[in-house]
Each structure stands twice: as C-alpha cells, then as structure tokens.
Design a binder for this molecule. Structure first.
Ligand SMILES: Cc1ncc(COP(=O)(O)O)c(C=O)c1O
Length: 364
C-alpha cells in the first residue's frame, strides 16, 4: 500500500497537469466504486474525506437543520467530535444532552435501549459511535438507527474504528449519516476516510466549499460525468479544489491486500489476538478488563493497568524502556486505563512482551 502510494505521488509529479489533475475523473470514481462495494453502499451515496473528523463536520455543518430541538450525544464520544457537535448545536439553536452508556452491558438490547430510551419529543438528532474509542464497545447502530428513524430522529454515526474491523452494509441500514476512517483498522494510507449520506437527506446538504460541482440546486453535472450517476450529491461534494488524490487511489492496494489474505481471515485474526490479550492480561497479570464481553466488543481492548504503570508518564516509559506502543491515560470518573489494539501485524509474542512487562513492573 505504501509503495503504491509513493508510486502514485511520483507519477503525479511527473506531469501534474495531465496525471494528477485527471485522476479526479474516472480513476477516482472507479476506486470509489470498489470502496463503496466494500462498505456495502452505492458509490453515489458517499464522498471521500481525509478523516472522520472532517466527514462528521460535513454531516453536522452542511445538513440544513430545521433549527431548535435537541441533539443527543453519548458520554463516550471522541472529544473533537463532541466539540464539533457542541458548536453545531450552538449555531442551530439546539440544546445538547449527553447520555450515559452502560460500561458492562449484558446484551445488545440494553445498548439499543440505552439510546432509544433517551429520545424525547424535542430530540432531532442522535450522535453515537459505532465502536467506542476507549473500550471498543460495539454499538448496534443498525438497530439503533431503525428505532430512531421510526421516531423521525436523525442518526449520525461516528465510525472511526469500524471499517476494517466490522463488516459494513451501510446501504442496507437506516443510518442517516455515517463517517468512517479508512486509515485505522482498514489499513488504508493516512488521510483516508469517508462520509456516507442516506439518499433521502442529500437534497438538504448545502456545501460549505463550492467547487466545480456547484451546489445541489444547479442543473446537472458540470465538469465531470460519473457513469450512471444522476444524483447531484457526489458531483457537489467530490470536487472542492485540487488536492493530492494519491492516498485515495492507493486504497485499491489496501483492498487487494485485504483480499489476498481474506477479509474474514483478517477479522478472525484480530478477534483471536484480542481474545489472547484479554485472557493473558487477566489470568497472568490479574488485570481487570474495562471493555465489555467479547460479543459486544471489537478491536480496542481497555484494561486497568497495574499501579506501577498507571502514572502520567507510563505510556512514554513503556515506549522508551520497552518499545511498546500502548496508550495509557486517565479516564474521567473511571481512573487509569490502558488500551491494547492488536492487528494482523502483531502476534502472540508481542502480547507476551506486554504481559511480561506488566507482571514485572517498571524496574523489572
Ligand atoms: C471514535 C473516534 N472518533 C473520531 C476520531 C478522529 O479520527 P480522525 O483524527 O482520523 O479524524 C477518533 C480517533 O481516534 C475516534 O477514536
């Protein structure tokens, strides 16, 4: 993937006018079609973004809200997304209310209920993560979105961690807006993410940056012709000025890499390593899990670190002394937390190194 990215940048620089600029037409669209197939949606219902922060900002700030009402947001959302939501609510004259998610749910029903039971007549929109950033709790967002749609409440899903970790069929759900990262578990180049917008909301999307694609009110495609696409949304939101498209084009290599291993094999191996880390840290070191049970959890395993590894500079010491990159932080109202996120480039011996260090303490 990296080599493909570097080659794409080098090729583009050889003739920026012909090569780099022409990529925004058919080549990018073909990549978008393949990525959309992976995400289970129509390519015309998604746009590429450099990260999920920008994707969710676009959902919040480009959708024409009717003004007023309430925005509901879980207490486990990512801080920058919370800030964006707060500002969006302020501009729209909405109130914002944070609700609490259970930390150790017994099943999906409890998670659906934790969200849906909070909805009131004044609730306009709910923002919730697909996989929470601390404990890796998997929210049943498909079921939640269906319940919300029945109540005419809009769903915005922060899918920063889901693509590449959980199978997605976005087009078959009632999710209204879904922002995702492709540079995390999916293993795409840095600077790759996307926003999916359900077709029924696209007419109410007003671009804040207007480029060759014009606005949703313009008559038709202006610059480019995407084969078979008659809706305005992908034209309006894809061409907002020249940028380096190499990271997006290199997603083809990520897809090919994933296929060469097998999508299911990747997901299974992540789950296997996660289970291994869970049992070794619990049984061998006696650490308490802060993530929910395996069925309600994916990818990011949160554990309470031993006291010797719970101070403010533990994360840095762990790297400097042992070359292990594992975030350790102080979670408000919970205490010190450590997060282990093994992927296919890890193996059991990496986890054993962590287990060993945790068991021996910092001086060991
Ligand atoms: C749940 C969640 N949302 C949003 C983000 C922001 O991602 P990015 O910086 O790629 O936009 C993160 C990053 O880790 C995250 O965990």
């Amino acid at each position: 993937v990296y080599q493909h990215l570097v080659d794409l940048i080098a090729q583009g620089e050889q003739n920026p006018t012909r090569i780099a600029a022409s990529r925004k037409h058919l080549p990018l669209w073909q990549t978008q079609q393949r990525v959309a197939a992976y995400l289970g949606c129509d390519p015309a219902d998604m746009v590429f973004h450099i990260n999920v922060t920008q994707a969710l900002n676009q959902a919040m700030f480009c959708y024409q809200w009717r003004g007023g009402g309430e925005l509901l947001i879980s207490h486990r959302e990512y801080p920058s997304v919370v800030r964006a939501a707060r500002e969006m609510a302020r501009r729209q004259g909405m109130t914002i209310r944070h609700f609490t998610l259970p930390t150790d749910p017994v099943g999906e029903d409890q998670l659906v209920d934790a969200v849906v039971s909070q909805v009131m007549a004044k609730t306009v929109v709910v923002l919730v993560s697909h996989v929470t950033c601390g404990a890796g709790m998997v929210m049943p967002v498909e079921r939640i979105a269906s319940e919300l749609r029945r109540r005419e409440v809009i769903s915005i899903v922060d899918g920063a961690h889901a693509p590449g970790l959980l199978p997605l069929r976005l087009g078959e759900t009632d999710i209204d807006f879904y922002g995702g990262n492709l540079h995390k578990w999916f293993m795409g180049p840095k600077g790759t993410g996307f926003l999916y917008v359900a077709r029924k909301h696209q007419d109410r999307m007003q671009p804040q940056i207007i480029g060759f694609g014009g606005t949703m009110e313009d008559a038709g495609p202006m610059e480019d012709v995407l084969p078979g696409v008659t809706t305005r949304f992908p034209y309006v939101f894809r061409h907002q000025g020249l940028r380096d498209l190499s990271p997006f084009m290199a997603l083809d290599s990520t897809l090919a890499f994933r296929q060469s291993i097998g999508e299911q094999a990747i997901l299974d191996r992540i789950r296997e390593l996660n289970g291994y880390a869970r049992s070794r840290l619990a049984e061998e070191v006696g650490l308490r899990m802060a993530s929910p049970a395996p069925g309600l959890h994916a990818g990011l395993l949160a554990v309470v670190p031993p006291p010797a590894w719970a101070d403010a500079d533990a994360r840095e010491r762990l790297y400097q002394e042992h070359r292990i990159t594992v975030p350790i932080w102080e979670q408000p109202e919970v205490g010190p937390m450590m997060r282990v996120s093994p992927h296919i480039w890890n193996d059991e011996s990496d986890i054993e190194r962590l287990v060993d260090v945790m068991r021996r303490g910092p001086q060991g």
